[in-house]
Write a protein of this length. Structure first.
Length: 43
């Protein structure tokens, strides 16, 4: 396998990992905001 192909695959893999991290972080943040509204709305 040439260096160009290996570099392209590692770059694509890094992009997928970064996207998964961003998606997970966004979901955690959204869950935290929903939790705040749920706790604040109980009164």
């Amino acid at each position: 396998m040439s260096d160009a192909v290996r570099d392209e695959k590692s770059r694509r893999r890094a992009m997928i990992v970064r996207a998964l991290i961003y998606i997970a972080g966004t979901h955690l943040f959204a869950g935290f905001v929903i939790l705040l509204f749920a706790v604040g709305g109980r009164r």
